[in-house]
Design a protein around this ligand. Structure first.
Ligand code: ATP
Ligand code: MG
Length: 299
């Protein structure tokens, strides 16, 4: 029978980006960029966000593409953020269909109609992307935020450096743990996602996973869930100290719900650990599977 450590290693690798997925993401990026380039003056574009940092979970949804607007489009920066978002939406809807294109606070989501099977597999395809119009101010980027009706500053490089440093300080296990908890967050059993935005999980992990990798996935995750429950009500700033607090998206009710669900996860983890102590390996595997969802292996 699969040991708990083997199961976690398998789970971790299932949440890793593989070559075929990277190829699909690259070709979607090229497709979107080339199309938008015929409608807007775009100086350059790149894949960013959790995808680029390897902290995105599966299935691959909402991959961020920054589209850096050139001089000719500067007028948008003086207008309300919703103007550029609406113009992006219209243009993308012409190509991908109105129903597949959605305006969000900071980006336009394009859904490619990929089917997700019961095991959360997508045949190595990206489900959707977030097209983010951006201006390069040379020190950082400014992106539209329709929620605050303002432009916000962001620096993907700083976020990437912090994630890399945290990963290295944690024996290269940090990103795997972040992807696992983001996968838990997406478990449809919860209904609404407990933690929003899921970037908040990564931001909290920068502080909540410290002291070094202890060598056991089960202990690490139990402790991580428990610390997240303790600290999810705190205010969490942008790690680059540029944009609005990452914790701003949840109201008090949502935070209290997150505390409950994270505490439950921590308890489920403790029970799973106890199953192993009592020699009930199969029970433990099933408990982790229930906690995380179909990508956690039973065999
Ligand atoms: N409040 C903010 N201030 C500054 N930058 C932000 C803020 N929120 C998000 N970002 C940046 O924008 C990127 C994309 O945001 P998004 O919410 O898609 O997070 P993500 O890390 O890509 O997580 P997910 O896996 O949920 O897509 C983040 O990775 C981060 O670099
Ligand atoms: Mg993202």
């Amino acid at each position: 029978m699969l040991s708990i450590d083997e199961a976690f290693r398998k789970f971790k690798s299932r949440l890793e980006l593989n070559d075929r997925e990277q190829q699909n993401a690259a070709s979607r990026h090229t497709e979107v960029r080339e199309y938008l380039g015929t409608k807007f003056d775009i100086s350059r574009s790149f894949l960013t966000g959790s995808y680029a940092r390897h902290t995105k979970t599966k299935p691959l949804k909402d991959i961020d593409i920054f589209l850096v607007l050139a001089e000719k489009e500067k007028h948008y920066r003086t207008e309300s953020p919703s103007i550029v978002l609406e113009d992006f939406r219209k243009v993308l809807a012409d190509k991908y269909g109105k129903k597949s294109v959605r305006k969000q606070a900071r980006s336009i989501n394009v859904d490619f109609g990929v089917v997700i099977d019961a095991e959360d597999n997508t045949d190595y395809r990206v489900v959707s992307i977030d097209a983010v119009p951006a201006f390069d101010t040379s020190r950082e980027y400014e992106i539209p935020d329709a929620e605050s009706d303002d432009w916000i500053k962001t620096d993907p490089e700083i976020h990437k450096e912090k994630a890399t440093a945290a990963h290295q300080a944690y024996s290269n296990e940090w990103k795997g743990l972040v992807r696992m908890v983001k996968y838990w967050n997406n478990n449809p059993l919860h209904g609404e996602k407990p933690i929003k935005p899921s970037f908040l999980i990564e931001v909290m992990a920068l502080e909540c996973l410290h002291g070094g990798w202890g060598g056991r996935f089960d202990y690490e995750l139990q402790g991580f869930f428990s610390t997240l429950a303790d600290r999810v009500c705190d205010e969490w700033a942008d790690p680059a100290s540029l944009g609005p607090p990452i914790s701003k998206a949840m109201d008090l009710d949502q935070k209290q719900r997150a505390v409950r669900l994270l505490s439950t996860a921590s308890r489920q983890a403790s029970l799973a650990i106890d199953h192993v102590r009592q020699g009930r390996n199969g029970e433990a595997l099933r408990a982790w599977r229930e906690l995380f969802g179909p990508k956690f292996p039973l065999s």
